[in-house]
Design a protein around this ligand. Structure first.
Ligand SMILES: [Zn+2]
Length: 217
């Protein structure tokens, strides 16, 4: 089916988390990781006349979820959460709320839990779920057309931290290895920092340059 994928990136909150609004030719779509500055996100949704059907989370860390409830209330969207990060919705250690000064825990309830290989539809868009643990146990990437929404798994020139509760460096390398083998992905939209392309990352990201990498590390 022919469809046009469009997106807007809104850096939000004190950690400049990238909230993405991804939508089709009828302006139907999803909000990924609304991590703060809810007025800015809702204003952008309204100005662009977007109909947000789902809120998708790449993982459950406080800086990716702070504006979830407000965006859901304003749009009527439901909340889709990686299955293995669901416990973090109730745990301030796992969600890092306990590390964030002056932040009261926000309790959210998932409408649907996401697993590897799941498909999410929004208007004419289809998102494929890739479970890519390492930054958190449940971390997921989403593929829509030739876009890879990479959360805190893959950044331009870098990878996400693995030293938070539930993080695992060895498992992260395996997830990154899986990303390098993806076909048909062009643009990469990370959870923080600039967008990039899979080709550039394959050529220059030291964490993807796995030739000779010892997985027993
Ligand atoms: Zn994170």
């Amino acid at each position: 089916m022919f469809c046009i994928v469009q997106y807007l990136c809104i850096p939000v909150g004190e950690l400049s988390t990238n909230c993405y609004l991804i939508y089709d030719e009828h302006r139907q779509g999803v909000a990924v990781d609304p991590g703060g500055d809810f007025e800015l996100i809702i204003d952008t949704i309204n100005k662009n006349k977007l109909h947000i059907i789902h809120v998708l989370l790449t993982h459950v860390h406080f800086d990716h979820i702070l504006a979830v409830q407000e965006v859901m209330d304003a749009t009527g969207a439901d909340l889709l959460v990686p299955k293995e990060d669901e416990p973090a919705l109730r745990d301030p250690q796992l969600s890092l709320f306990s590390f964030a000064q002056n932040r009261a825990m926000i309790y959210l309830k998932a409408d649907r839990l996401l697993d590897d290989g799941d498909e999410i539809t929004a208007g004419s868009l289809a998102f494929r779920v890739l479970h890519t643990p390492g930054h958190t146990p449940g971390s997921c990437c989403f593929i829509c057309g030739d876009l890879l929404i990479s959360g805190d798994t893959l950044f331009a020139g870098s990878m996400g931290r693995t030293d938070f509760p539930g993080g695992n460096n060895r498992i992260m390398r395996r997830s990154l290895d899986r990303l390098t083998r993806l076909e048909g992905v062009n643009t990469v939209l990370p959870g923080h920092g600039p967008s990039t392309t899979m080709q550039v990352e394959r050529e220059s990201n030291p964490y993807l340059n796995i030739s000779g990498y010892d997985f027993n590390y």
